[in-house]
Write a protein that binds this ligand. Structure first.
Ligand SMILES: [Zn+2]
Length: 286
């Protein structure tokens, strides 16, 4: 079988095969008791190892799933808390903006009143002028106050438009805030439930995993843990599915699939290094 030199799976595979070969040839590996080298017994011993490994994998995957479900929820709750805080700040800012606009409009309305009062006074004064120069000066003042009124009215229109916009924004933000608060409440109770629900299940699974690990020889277990740590989704033992590795989906040639089915030795994926089991064995344990 041709192997690529730059294959990262090679060393893992070799190590696993070493463990297996040592057993097959009757050598002791650490505390491991030598196994009779009769063909039937070797096969059954490899099959037992594969069953133990795949059972452990299924159990550990359940623990992973609990961690994933719980692992995302606290983040979702945190995101929603940030969103709610952000909306509250936005609404506060709009409230301040509206207060300021109200004040600015009131100021301009007061200024218009004052201008009208001045105009009224100037018009009265025009009735009592001593000469044209005085009359013209008052006319100029009246014109100026009229311009002031126009300008103030223009500003009031602008402020009013801004006010309408801000009020719309505040309404939208309040709707959004109420939605997000509902979401937050739901997520919080979901998280509380999941923590309460999964705490016991997780403890039981961890305990089960520890028990299962005891039935697997140390070097194989170390290899399993290392592959699992490096592999995506924490999968170290995967079934062959549709002629491909169940971990990385790389094609597995028929001869290699046959070797996997024979349970004569532990075979790892040439591409990702995961331990492969045949679908029949996997299905019988699912
Ligand atoms: Zn693979």
């Amino acid at each position: 079988m041709a192997k690529s030199l730059a294959n990262p799976a090679e060393s893992i595979g070799d190590e696993i095969n070493k463990v297996v070969n040592a057993t097959e040839s009757g050598e002791t590996t650490g505390t491991h008791v030598p196994v009779e080298s009769s063909k039937e017994e070797t096969e059954s011993s490899i099959e037992k190892k594969l069953i133990a490994l795949y059972t452990l994998q299924q159990n550990d995957s359940k623990i992973d799933r609990i961690k994933i479900v719980r692992g995302e929820l606290p983040l979702e709750v945190e995101d929603l808390e940030d969103e709610v805080a952000g909306l509250e700040t936005r609404i506060d800012n709009y409230i301040q903006e509206i207060e300021l606009l109200d004040k600015q409009i009131a100021d301009k309305q007061l200024a218009i009143k004052e201008s009208h009062a001045l105009i009224k006074r100037y018009e009265e004064q025009q009735n009592n002028v001593r000469n044209n120069r005085e009359y013209d000066a008052l006319t100029k003042e009246i014109e100026f106050q009229n311009l002031e009124i126009q300008l103030a009215e223009k500003r009031i229109r602008e402020f009013t438009a801004q006010l309408t916009m801000s009020k719309e924004e505040i309404e939208n933000a309040q709707h959004e805030l109420s939605d997000r608060r509902n979401d937050l409440e739901a997520k919080r109770s979901e998280l509380t439930d999941i923590v309460a629900e999964t705490e016991l299940e997780e403890k039981e699974l961890i305990h089960k995993s520890e028990l299962q690990q005891r039935s697997i020889e140390e070097r194989l277990l170390i290899a399993y843990k290392r592959i699992r740590k490096n592999a995506r989704n924490g999968l170290a033992v995967v079934p062959v599915e549709r002629d491909a590795c169940g971990g990385c989906f790389s094609y597995i040639p028929p001869q290699r699939q046959l070797d996997i089915k024979l349970h004569k030795k532990i075979i790892v994926c040439e591409f990702c290094g995961r331990i492969l089991v045949d679908k029949e064995l996997a299905d019988s344990l699912s």
